[in-house]
Design a protein. Structure first.
Length: 289
């Protein structure tokens, strides 16, 4: 008697399971198998075991790309969370021309990521770019972001923040709207200041939303590619490479599919490790620990 509803439930869910199996599980297993083999254009698979992983770990360009990825991702996610929280708080407390401002915040999501990067690249051109010329006219010097990996990665971070701020804003804004307004009324009657209400009510109740947003943005930012590739292609001298560009270089420019697959799996493991840390923190927070 009890088996029939359970069987019916599994039958209803089976299309989703087959879809996940076809789109995620099988390709992931194949990439794992590919990472244990040597392969290139026009050649078959040749078993090498963990030699590809050893080659990746002993490659100084991999470690440079890892450091660049960590620095850019950390800066992007931190700044984006702070900006998203500040903008969401403004919208909750009241902002003039609400509809227009809301459309302006969401506008980057309506633009193709490639188009956005190319527009920013043109605006930051030291010869004709509007932003670059404005910075020069303000007496801050001529910014040639393509000549230095540091300025190139800073510009990559700025573009990434501008492109994905709508997602962070919407997540935090939804979390703020879910907070019961009677809590603020009671705190106001008790004489709590606005800052105290933020620290004692808003921030603690917003922690699960912030952690979920943080996890998604870490994973999305960890695999950034188009910004770096369209701006610097990892140059000069591969100094501004990130892990996704490193993977692309080995997979499509050098034709070393085993190294590229190994790099992809290392990126997956890195993303899972980062996400698991924050998921553990979120679980402890929801349990009140």
């Amino acid at each position: 008697m009890h088996c029939q509803p359970r069987l019916t439930t599994w039958l209803y869910l089976s299309p989703l399971h087959f879809l996940l199996l076809a789109i995620l599980t099988i390709p992931s297993i194949y990439v794992l198998w590919l990472s244990l083999n040597q392969s290139s254009y026009g050649t078959g698979l040749s078993w090498v075991g963990f030699q590809n992983y050893h080659a990746v770990f002993t490659d100084p360009y991999f470690w440079r790309a890892s450091v660049n990825t960590f620095l850019v991702v950390s800066g992007v996610v931190l700044v984006e969370l702070l900006l998203g929280l500040a903008v969401a708080m403004l919208f909750v407390t009241g902002v003039p021309f609400r509809g227009v401002m809301f459309a302006c915040i969401l506008m980057p999501y309506a633009i193709s990521e490639v188009v956005a990067v190319l527009v920013w690249k043109m605006m930051m051109d030291p010869n004709i770019g509007a932003i670059a010329r404005t910075i020069e006219e303000m007496g801050l010097g001529r910014v040639n972001w393509s000549a230095s990996p540091t300025t190139g990665l800073v510009l990559v971070g700025v573009i990434n923040i501008w492109t994905h701020l709508p997602f962070t804003f919407l997540m935090i804004y939804a979390g703020l709207l879910a907070i019961d307004g009677s809590l603020y009324e009671a705190a106001h009657i008790d004489g709590a200041t606005r800052w105290q209400r933020f620290l004692r009510i808003t921030l603690p109740l917003l922690v699960p939303t912030l952690l979920i947003t943080l996890i998604f943005r870490l994973i999305f930012a960890f695999r950034m590619f188009s910004e770096v590739w369209l701006l610097t292609k990892g140059g000069p001298v591969r100094m501004s490479e990130v892990l996704a560009v490193y993977l692309y270089q080995h997979g499509f420019r050098y034709g070393d599919f085993g190294i590229a697959a190994a790099t992809g799996w290392l990126m997956v493991i890195g993303s899972l490790l980062m996400a698991s840390v924050f998921l553990f923190a979120m679980q402890r927070g929801m349990k009140g620990e």
